[in-house]
Design a protein around this ligand. Structure first.
Ligand code: AP5
Length: 213
């Protein structure tokens, strides 16, 4: 099964993608995570991507498309995958459709729908573990010991691009460049809308119900 997670930054795409990956036994492929890993390792790609990410802008397609197409060509993606954060522009979506021409296009594009006001609350409260990648929210999903990752014991931090100005820019970029993809996948007949304002578990169950219907 090939699934795309659509939705605004902070809508819960990553949270749901991880849960779906466990449920269906297919890899969770996040372009944001790939870029952050490259930044941490100090690679050339990481150096190029960092300035765009810190400003809440999209990393240019020429740094993103081939990287993603190459990733989904790996053996662990043979039975499907969950794409989180890709595609984000019409050009990326068209390149993905082209790349999948032989093997078959995306089965489901899940749009996790959350209004902008709720997004701002979620992103300002998000904390992530730099060591193991676990994600928390200071109110909705707090760590058991304040500031300490439940999974590995490292100190959790706020993502650099979760400050209020960058969040607003990310939302503007989303509405302008990524939201049109909802219509693109609707036209292909594989778009599924889910109310992302429910609890994490309820969102998950709503997605699974739609995929298994
Ligand atoms: P990326 O890492 O993809 O970030 P994003 O799309 O902005 O999404 P987020 O990771 O911020 O949010 P999410 O929807 O995954 O929400 P989460 O589950 O964490 O991209 C970062 C940057 O990389 C981009 O700005 C761009 O520069 C670059 N980039 C990446 N891909 C690119 C591409 N294809 N092309 C060009 N550039 C690209 O949840 C958010 C918070 O809410 C968490 O605290 C969580 O615990 C909480 N939460 C989740 N679900 C719920 C719920 N149901 N109820 C209450 N709280 C919840």
């Amino acid at each position: 099964m090939k699934i795309i997670m659509l939705g605004a930054p902070g809508a819960g795409k990553g949270t749901q993608a991880k849960m779906l990956a466990d449920r269906f036994g297919i890899p969770h492929v996040s372009t944001g995570d790939i870029f952050r890993a490259n930044i941490k390792e100090g690679t050339e790609l990481g150096k190029k991507a960092k300035a765009y990410m810190d400003a809440g802008e999209l990393v240019p397609d020429e740094l993103t498309v081939d990287l993603l197409i190459d990733r989904i060509g790996k053996e662990d993606c043979a039975n499907g995958y969950i794409l989180d954060g890709f595609p984000r522009t019409l050009n990326q979506a068209e390149k993905l459709t082209e790349a999948l021409a032989e093997s078959g296009n995306i089965d489901f594009a899940v749009n996790v729908d959350v209004p902008d006001e709720a997004i701002v609350v979620r992103m300002s409260g998000r904390r992530v573990c730099p060591a193991c990648g676990a994600s928390y929210h200071i109110v909705n999903i707090p760590t058991k010991v304040p500031g300490i990752c439940d999974r590995c014991g490292a100190e959790v931090v706020q993502r650099k691009d979760d400050n209020p100005e960058t969040v607003q820019n990310r939302l503007d970029v989303y509405h302008e460049q990524t939201q049109p993809l909802i219509d693109y996948y609707k036209a292909l007949g594989c778009e599924v809308d889910v109310d992302g304002t429910q609890s994490m578990q309820d969102v998950f169950e709503a997605i699974v119900a739609r995929l298994e219907a």
